[in-house]
Structures are given as C-alpha cells and as structure tokens.
Design a binder for this molecule. Structure first.
Ligand code: SAM
Length: 286
C-alpha cells in the first residue's frame, strides 16, 4: 500500500475548472446578492456532504467547539464547514485538501467573505499531513475518507497532529449491514475507488490510533443524503448530469442499509508516560 494518496486520481475525480465562477453564477441565478454573500447564502454550494450546513452545526455542537480553538479540517473541500466553524463557533481553521481547484476556489470564497484571517486553505494529503505534531485542538473531517484505503495511517496521522486531550470530530459514510454498495456513489463510480468499513471496524481502527470515543452517533436517518439538488447545489455544480444516477443509488444504499452515516467525537488519549502523574495523584491518600 502506498504511503500517500494518488493526487492525480483525486484531482481527476473531484476537480473542476473555474469553480469559484461556477458557484457565483449559480448563486446569482438563484437570486443571491453576490456582492454581499453570507455563509448561509453559500451553504448549498460549499457544504459538500450529506446533511449540508445543518450536519456541520450538529457535529460542531457535539464536539462543543469553542472560540479560539485551533481546528485542522482535513479534506475540507470548498471550505463551507470551515467558514461555519469560524463564523458561528469562533474557531481558527486550517483547511487541507488534495484537490487543487477546490483549494483555489475555497481560498477565493473565504477572501470574498472577509475571513482570511481565521480560515486558511492549502493543498495537502490527508495521509501525509505536513503539520507540526500536537499543534491542533481539533481535527475535523466530514465525508472525506471514503477514497482512502489506509485508514490505519489516516487516523494515526490525525492523532499525531492533535495535542493530548484534543478532539477528532468526524462525519463519515460507513459500510452498512447489507452489502455490496450500489454504485455510482458521490465519491466513486465503482468499487475500485471506494473504501468503506463497518462502524465497528472503524471504531476499532480509530481507538487503536490513540483515541477514545466520547460520542458515536448513527445519523443515517437524521441526515439526508444528497437531495435536494438544485442547480446551485455543490453536488449539481460538480457532478452535473452524473448526479441523477448518484441520487438514485444513494436512496437505495440508505433505505437498504448498505451505507450508514456516522458522526462521532473522539478524544486523543494522553501518551502513557504523561498519564502517570495523574494516576499517582489519584492513588495518593488525602
Ligand atoms: C465530498 S468532499 C467533502 C468536502 C468537505 N469536507 C465538505 O464536507 O464540504 C470530499 C473531499 O475529500 C477530499 N479528499 C479526498 N481524498 C483526499 C486526501 N487523500 N487528502 C485530502 N483531501 C482528500 C476531496 O478533494 C474533496 O474535497
């Protein structure tokens, strides 16, 4: 298994030219004032995951995000979740994504909303995070790990960049009790690019990487998959005509429990050595 992701394949699948212009034109056609955009105006076009902005807010509340927290959003796409965390929760967010056209469009949208002091965007691979160890309070990732086979490496990397006690907040599609998945799905035309595991297996991998579970919610029923999909939705802008087959398969995958959606918050355990004083303190007679 390669140590890094296939950047060429990722860019070929997800990437689109001129995305900022496409988004602004679609929002203008939907009646939005492009000269005074808000995160809510942008939400249909920049929150690229099941459940849209509502799902982002749900996960942020689940993680009890607070002003001043340093968040790394891995696979942050066009930056809708990151801008929401900055504006509504007061966080400072660094977004990393492998798709270059998303990073360009995301940075332009962040600048347009005057948020560049709180949200930054750069090209980077989730499997090779170029980030100082222990730097972040939170690793945030929403619908971004589906193309990644090496989950062990992915979550070990997340643990490395978090301070002890830091949080991993995730939303991920996972394999349901009924298999196989029906294709196409949003992230793959066929099984060759889709790497889902069952919730129990995912939980085991993440725990082994150094986390313990605070909350693990199956939100399949609560979080709508891809509908509605108006012309200014990110799903329509990126997938075009291909979206119709994706929506159809998505409904089947959800109804037949072939794909589940999980939101979870996990805490990075302290390394063993630094947990000793606390253990000793607890056993000291008072
Ligand atoms: C469905 S989009 C989700 C974007 C964003 N998290 C959101 O919810 O709006 C999936 C994202 O994962 C990114 N991605 C896929 N593989 C990646 C990798 N190995 N490293 C970084 N980003 C990756 C894609 O470029 C894309 O932006």
């Amino acid at each position: 298994m390669s140590d890094t992701s296939d950047a060429r394949a990722t860019n070929a699948y997800w990437g689109r030219d001129g995305l900022e212009r496409l988004i602004l034109d679609a929002l203008a056609a939907a009646g939005k004032n492009i000269g005074a955009l808000t995160i809510d105006d942008l939400a249909p076009a920049d929150q690229f995951h099941s459940g849209g902005k509502g799902a982002t807010e749900r996960l942020a509340r689940l993680a009890a995000l607070r002003p001043g927290m340093r968040v790394l959003d891995v696979g942050g796409g066009l930056g809708g979740p990151a801008r929401t965390l900055a504006v509504q929760f007061g966080c400072h967010v660094a977004v990393v994504d492998l798709t270059e056209s998303y990073v360009r469009a995301a940075a332009a949208l962040t600048a347009r909303l005057g948020l560049s002091d709180r949200v930054t965007h750069r090209i980077g691979d989730a499997l090779a995070l170029d980030v100082e160890a222990g730097l972040f309070d939170v690793v945030w990732t929403q619908n971004s790990g589906m193309n990644i086979a090496d989950k062990e490496r992915l979550y070990a990397g997340f643990a490395r960049v978090l301070r002890p006690g830091g949080l991993l907040a995730l939303q991920e599609p996972m394999a349901g009790p009924v298999q196989p998945v029906v294709f196409p799905v949003m992230w793959a035309r066929d099984a060759g690019a889709s790497f889902l595991r069952a919730p129990s297996a995912m939980r085991a991998v993440i725990e082994t990487a150094g986390f313990h579970v605070r909350v693990w919610d199956d939100v399949t029923e609560e979080v709508p998959s891809v509908a509605p999909t108006p012309a200014h939705s990110v799903q329509r802008i990126v997938m075009g005509q291909a979206l119709d087959a994706i929506v159809q398969a998505g409904q089947r995958n959800r109804e037949e429990r072939r794909i589940l959606m999980v939101q979870a918050v996990l805490e990075r355990r302290a390394p063993l050595a630094s947990s000793k004083p606390a253990d000793l303190a607890q056993s000291t007679p008072r």
